[in-house]
Write a protein that binds this ligand. Structure first.
Ligand SMILES: O=P(O)(O)OC[C@H]1O[C@H](OP(=O)(O)OP(=O)(O)O)[C@H](O)[C@@H]1O
Ligand SMILES: O=c1cc[nH]c(=O)[nH]1
Length: 455
């Protein structure tokens, strides 16, 4: 008889658990260990970037948000460069005018949740001053500047890329006003600099960087309130999520409710009987497969209901197959067959020797290159096995974007490895674990999945 005594969670316990979670997530240690959400805001000179950043910060007033400006990283000019600057002949709009290394170091530290000392630049002297400005770890870091999306190394660090789009004539008028009023310049020199350097740099670096943006915000004379609403809602959603989901758009963690937590508690309990282990692993596998199928394309289809009315719905995608990683992945085949009758399922065997692995066997559908592939393996640990298996599929001609990797538990090293190496592969898991120990076991983990499932 199956042991069902793990069943319900009473309301009082649920409230207590929720309160414990709230206390935990608000503690200083928790906040310090979190990676912030990094947003880049670019656009031409005087396009309204700072106003966009201010509006985002105002809306996120209950979060810790800091703003890093590209302008802080202008290099102190050499005497020769200084002479050119004095003759209005130095290109401040070129990426080489920046201390890109210093900027990346700063960004990296903030990303790791560490404090930084940000340089302070004096625009009138064209030099860094002695003092620095301390910036503490934050939930959200906004990096603002004309070249933020033009520098690949900066772009690669960002979780959200915004481009502020404003007409050239509006920007020039604003730039003249600003430089005359606050940077001690006259109108003629501002226009000369604009024609000689600002506009060509816009045409070469800044304008083209718009194609890297996730969001292009039209920003003319009146403020774009709708865009700011959408951006801040998206950030709030991301902040509610686990760090790794914020970072990788190709990672999906199934919603965690008490059913899911309860099933995981049983899988993770070393005293769980083999029967129960199989029963609950199968239940999660079924949910995982359904979550994976939810990512496949569909076509609209209209049918007639028994009441004689039309129902407009969708038709499932064709050209799908499964591939299980032997042995544990085979435990997920039944769930896939229950959802997709008659589906073809291939197999890959990766032999692990500690850190290195070899593919020792593969049997895949002959036409796999034309199919979507649900790659099945319940445990993602270091990610070595998954990467090997994915590479086999790519070598067979499967498109990266057509691979969905399904696993019951995923450890952060494996998530980083797979999501970074194969950014178009969708990784779907039911829980993220803490890590991998010195024996390459996932912790807290479920132990050796295959031994427990097949014993
Ligand atoms: O991400 P990694 O560190 O590579 O670890 C994950 C691999 O480990 C497990 O298989 P295992 O080698 O235990 O073989 P089994 O399925 O035959 O039990 C699991 O099913 C994965 O294939
Ligand atoms: O913890 C682990 C790691 C690899 N494989 C498993 O089955 N469990």
């Amino acid at each position: 008889m199956r042991d069902r005594s793990h069943g319900g969670v009473n309301e009082e316990e649920a409230v207590e658990a929720a309160e414990r979670e709230l206390r935990r997530t608000q503690s200083p240690q928790f906040r310090q260990n979190r990676h912030p959400f990094l947003i880049g805001v670019a656009g031409g000179t005087a396009s309204g970037k700072t106003t966009v950043c201010d509006r985002i910060m105002q809306r996120l007033h209950d979060q810790c948000v800091v703003m890093l400006s590209q302008d802080s990283f202008y290099r102190t000019l050499t005497p020769t460069e200084m002479a050119l600057a004095k003759e209005n002949n130095y290109n401040f709009d070129h990426p080489d005018a920046l201390d890109r290394k210093g900027m990346m170091e700063c960004l990296q530290k903030l990303k790791e949740g560490r404090s930084v000392e940000v340089p302070v630049y004096d625009f009138a002297l064209h030099a860094r001053v002695e003092e620095t400005r301390r910036m503490d770890p934050a939930d959200v870091v906004i990096v603002e500047g004309i070249l933020v999306l033009a520098m690949e190394e900066v772009r690669d660090q960002l979780n959200m890329k915004i481009y502020v789009d404003t007409d050239d004539d509006v920007r020039l008028a604003r730039r003249i006003q600003r430089d005359v009023a606050s940077r001690g310049r006259d109108v003629a020199s501002v226009i000369e600099q604009y024609t000689k350097f600002v506009k060509p740099a816009f045409d070469t670096f800044i304008g083209p960087s718009r194609r890297h943006a996730d969001i292009i915000v039209p920003w003319q004379s009146s403020e774009n309130v709708v865009a700011i609403d959408l951006i801040t809602e998206h950030i709030r959603l991301k902040l509610r999520q686990h760090d790794l989901i914020r970072i990788y758009s190709n990672l999906e963690v199934m919603p965690s409710n008490f059913q899911m937590r309860g099933m995981h508690t049983i899988l993770r309990d070393r005293d769980t009987s083999p029967n129960d282990f199989v029963f609950y692993a199968d239940r999660i596998n079924r949910l995982l497969v359904e979550a994976g199928l939810g990512h496949l394309p569909f076509r609209e289809k209209t049918v007639m209901t028994p009441t004689g009315h039309k129902y407009t719905g969708v038709e499932f995608a064709r050209g799908l197959c499964g591939v299980s990683v032997i042995r544990s992945g085979e435990a997920m085949e039944a769930a896939l067959r229950e959802c997709c009758q008659g589906i073809k399922i291939g197999k890959i065997l990766v032999h692990r020797h500690g850190k290195s692995e070899d593919i020792v066997y593969e049997k895949l559908p002959a036409d796999i290159s034309r199919r979507y592939v649900l790659l099945l393996d319940p445990v993602l640990g270091t990610g070595n096995t998954a990467c090997k298996a994915i590479q086999v599929l790519l070598d067979k001609g499967v498109q990266e974007s057509k691979i969905l990797f399904l696993c019951i538990i995923a450890a952060p090293p494996g998530i980083h490895r797979v999501c970074q190496t194969y950014p178009q592969v969708k990784v779907i898991t039911s829980e993220i674990d803490t890590g991998v120990d010195e024996n390459w076991c996932v912790v807290p983990g479920v132990g050796e999945f295959g031994d427990r499932y097949y014993c």
